[in-house]
Design a binder for this molecule. Structure first.
Ligand code: ARG
Length: 562
């Protein structure tokens, strides 16, 4: 990024520390007041002059030849106008020389961040509720990598709990291997639902389930064989979805991984006098912090979700020595995270302050668009399939001779689903609409992909030109707005990551695509002046690069042609 603010600070001769000048200097909201503005009110006291007079003096002294073409004193402010042409030339040369690393930085060098995301439950189909955590977590994973962090992506699989005892009973009674081989988790879910229906009239089933779960806990061979079977089926299925969504993990250590790692944590809590008995159960009382107690052991001695999260946190700190550990989980679990972070604090772990619950809202489908395969639950593979089928239909209507139509439809359809989860501030509840998300003209993923393909098609038509660049071709409002946006790519990546808001990048990409399309419709790019054409093509090339990389950071593919 070219930091024009810094360039101005170097040239502005006022009696204040450079950092202070830097923080006072801000971008103007309205371009008719220039690009940056400096308020002179702070200087009035020491200079014993009015801010209006100070601004005027500074304006008279300022050297307007390089990057700043004009300064103007207005109401106690000093307004700077950048030289549009030379600023754009600097930005475009910078983008060119950064190559494929444009937008990346090394601010995170030497720091480690763990991100717990997706964290699906074994033996359950991938449900649309897990789309948000998967899309947001995966994007944060890529964003932090672009900032130079060492990132550990963790899928904290939900692979422990009494439900596996129930599933074994259901499998023994009604399991059909052929059906399970074909239906996968959907077939497992079916017999699990049946278990609950039958158990209402036959409570004995619950006892059997408890016995089977006890067997899993003891590592009984038959119990473990079935448990691993269910786990294998689920993983095979979710990995297919992760491939479609460009999602990666470095660790698949799920809840069961911590079976032998909880006792030391329980012992520690006991040593610190934090455990209290409550009706036979062991809890940490959090009433001093206005929270309900954190359950550590049930009355039968078995562990809970929180116990496993405590053990996992300690394990992650020991294994990765993280600087931050993020949990991308729905806001319904806010209390759980507050409680378990508090218990870490009370247990004396000073790194409790590095734990962050990145929470998000609910995703639901528009009325009528519901997939009704399973009542009210919406499976992600159904959503992806439907979105990709609709994308193919649209492509057939718009451009039926397109090569690799199916592959393009897959990129457009699944990209639209991911983008709709990353488009809004994450705490907002989202209502999903296929028509809205696949609209090629709205603020949508296909619009971004289409704009990217438009850049490609201009570049493909361009002749090879080995002539000096005439940047005066960029002396217009449209390219100025666009190129300034291209310059703030790195900054956008950084704030999207540190605020845990990939939607900032989504919004930035929409702005950039809209600015590009304005530029494209206002200006002929392949002109008969080769020197000017080269400059205009550099704008197109840089836009293409930013859109491609920006979408990749959201986990979205960019087809070459559309
Ligand atoms: N499997 C859990 C669920 O689906 C999410 C786990 C989140 N991660 C964690 N460490 N608690 O609700």
């Amino acid at each position: 990024m070219i930091d024009f603010k810094l360039e101005i600070v170097k040239l502005l001769k006022v009696d204040l520390p450079q950092e202070e000048i830097y923080s006072l200097l801000s971008k103007t909201a309205d371009e008719s007041f220039g690009d940056y503005t400096f308020p002179c009110f702070k200087l009035a006291k020491s200079l014993r002059k009015s801010p209006v007079a100070i601004a005027q003096d500074l304006a008279n002294e300022f050297p307007c030849d390089g990057i700043v073409s004009k300064v103007e004193a207005k109401n106690g402010y000093l307004n700077f106008y950048l030289d549009k042409v030379s600023a754009q030339a600097d930005i475009l040369r910078n983008i060119e020389s950064a190559g494929s690393t444009y937008g990346e930085s090394n601010v995170g060098q030497g720091k480690t961040i763990c991100i717990d995301y997706s964290s699906v439950n074994i033996a359950k189909p991938f449900h649309i509720g897990h789309l948000y955590t998967t899309a947001i977590g995966s994007s944060l994973y890529k964003l932090y990598k672009a900032l130079g962090y060492n990132v550990v992506g963790i899928n904290h699989l939900g692979d422990w709990g009494t439900q596996f005892g129930k599933l074994i009973v259901a499998y023994k009674l009604w399991g059909d291997d052929d059906k399970i081989a074909k239906g996968g988790t959907h077939a497992l879910q079916e017999i699990y639902v049946k278990f609950h229906q039958e158990a209402e009239n036959n409570p004995q089933l619950e006892d059997q389930a408890r016995q089977w779960f006890a067997k899993i806990e003891k590592g009984d061979q038959e119990a473990m064989r079935l448990f691993e079977l269910f786990k294998g089926i689920t993983l095979e299925e979710v990995k297919k979805i992760y491939t479609r969504l460009n999602v990666q993990f470095d660790s698949w250590a799920g809840e069961s991984f911590y079976n032998d790692k909880m006792q030391p944590v329980v012992d520690l809590l006991k040593d610190k006098n934090l455990l209290k008995e409550d009706n036979g159960a062991q809890i940490v009382d959090l009433s001093d912090y206005n929270m309900s107690p954190c359950l550590i052991l049930k009355s039968d001695g078995s562990t809970l979700y929180a116990t496993r999260d405590l053990a996992a946190a300690v394990y992650r700190k020991q294994t990765y020595d993280f600087d931050k550990c993020l949990y991308v989980v729905a806001y319904q679990q806010s209390l759980h995270f507050k409680q378990f972070f508090k218990v870490l604090e009370l247990a004396g772990f000073d790194w409790h302050k590095d734990m962050v619950h990145v929470s998000y809202g609910l995703v639901s489908l528009e009325e009528g668009a519901m997939s009704t395969r399973k009542g009210n639950t919406v499976w992600l593979d159904d959503v992806l399939n439907k979105s990709c089928a609709k994308a193919l239909q649209i492509i057939n209507e718009k451009n039926s001779s397109l090569e690799n139509k199916e592959a393009v439809a897959e990129a457009v359809g699944s990209g639209a689903v991911v983008f709709s989860a990353l488009q809004n501030a994450k705490i907002k509840d989202v209502v999903f609409s296929y028509d809205k998300m696949l609209n090629f003209d709205g603020e949508t993923c296909p619009y971004l992909q289409y704009t990217h393909a438009r850049c490609n098609s201009v570049l493909a038509k361009a002749p090879t030109l080995n002539v000096p660049v005439d940047y005066s071709a960029l002396d217009n409002a449209e390219s100025w707005t666009l190129v300034k946006l291209l310059n703030s790519f790195e900054e956008t990546i950084a704030t999207s990551a540190t605020k845990y808001e990939p939607c900032l990048l989504s919004k930035y990409l929409i702005d950039t695509a809209q600015a590009f399309n304005k530029f494209y419709f206002e200006h002929r790019i392949l002109t008969d002046n080769a020197n000017k054409t080269v400059a205009l093509l550099q704008v197109v090339k840089s836009t293409q690069k930013v859109l491609k990389k920006g979408l990749a950071l959201l986990g979205i593919a960019t087809p070459e042609k559309m």
